[in-house]
Design a protein around this ligand. Structure first.
Ligand code: NDP
Length: 245
């Protein structure tokens, strides 16, 4: 049976790996992104090569309610259904608390948490009607443990965990599961800004002694989004080489 997935921030990094994995499973893959058209086109091409039934690109800030509504509307118009939503779009604006501007606090909460709320709100109606849905939120190990210099980011990722559990309780009776994954250090453009010294300091704290790959996250996400994972809901799965133990 044909299935459709929306992946916010699906054009780069972890989102792109997730989009490719769903393509291999022959989904219609809807990729949202903020502004980098070149990366989005590359992701589209990779998904087509990987076997996606179809690919739809959507450019727009997910924290803007009009965009979230339009993204869901366009997906329904084109494919008639939404089986899976992956709330992956995320940004960082790191600084120590005393130096962090209110704007940097607000923008991280807006993209990482408000965006996920809006997308969940708008997919819920068609999923409830169909009595089927899988929602996976990309949180972070620092949403559980905190991290100096990332009060805004950690708050957004902790917020996602609370939202995951609440939505799971609200939607379980409609056969809609809502789970979160909490990746540790994953090699993407987001973490490429760290110096080699910072990376080796972090790696020494990880029991597996290495960073993870975007595909490690994608593997867990596609598992949670599978039809057969219907009795797993409200969970937070660490994908962190043991970092969160
Ligand atoms: P990247 O920076 O590599 O990619 C971010 C993606 O999100 C891009 O597709 C970007 O689009 C999109 N995006 C950013 N802001 C918005 C917005 N307002 N609206 C729509 N799309 C947006 O990030 P990663 O792949 O590293 O991270 C993906 C997720 O995983 C994030 O939620 C992150 O917090 C989380 N995570 C990452 C970890 C890591 O170590 N990398 C660890 C734990 C969690 P565009 O290219 O157009 O800007």
């Amino acid at each position: 049976m044909t299935k459709t997935v929306i992946i916010t921030g699906g054009s780069r990094g972890i989102g792109r790996a997730i989009a490719t994995s769903f393509s291999e499973k022959k989904y219609n893959v809807v990729i949202s992104y903020a502004g980098n058209d070149t990366a989005a086109k590359e992701a589209e091409e990779l998904c087509r090569q990987a076997g996606a039934l179809d690919v739809l690109l959507f450019k727009g800030d997910v924290s803007d309610e009009k965009n979230a509504e339009e993204l869901v509307g366009k997906t329904l118009e084109k494919y008639g259904q939404i089986d899976v939503l992956i709330n992956n779009a995320g940004i960082t604006r790191d600084n120590l608390l005393a130096r962090m501007s209110a704007e940097d606090f607000d923008s991280v909460i807006a993209t990482n948490l408000r965006g996920a709320f809006l997308m969940t709100k708008y997919v819920t109606k068609p999923m409830m009607k169909k009595r089927y849905g899988r929602i996976v939120n990309i949180s972070s190990v620092v949403g559980v443990h905190g991290n100096p210099g990332q009060a805004n980011y950690c708050a957004s990722k902790a917020g996602l965990i609370g939202m995951t559990k609440s939505a799971a309780k609200e939607l379980a009776s409609r056969n809609i599961t809502v789970n979160a994954v909490a990746p540790g250090m994953i090699a993407t453009e987001m973490t490429a800004v760290l110096s080699d010294e910072q990376k080796s300091a972090i790696n020494s704290q990880i029991p597996a002694k290495r960073m993870g790959e975007a595909s490690d996250v994608a593997n867990a996400v596609t598992f949670l989004a599978d039809e057969n994972s219907s009795y797993i809901t409200g969970q937070v799965i660490g994908i962190d080489g043991g970092m969160g133990i």
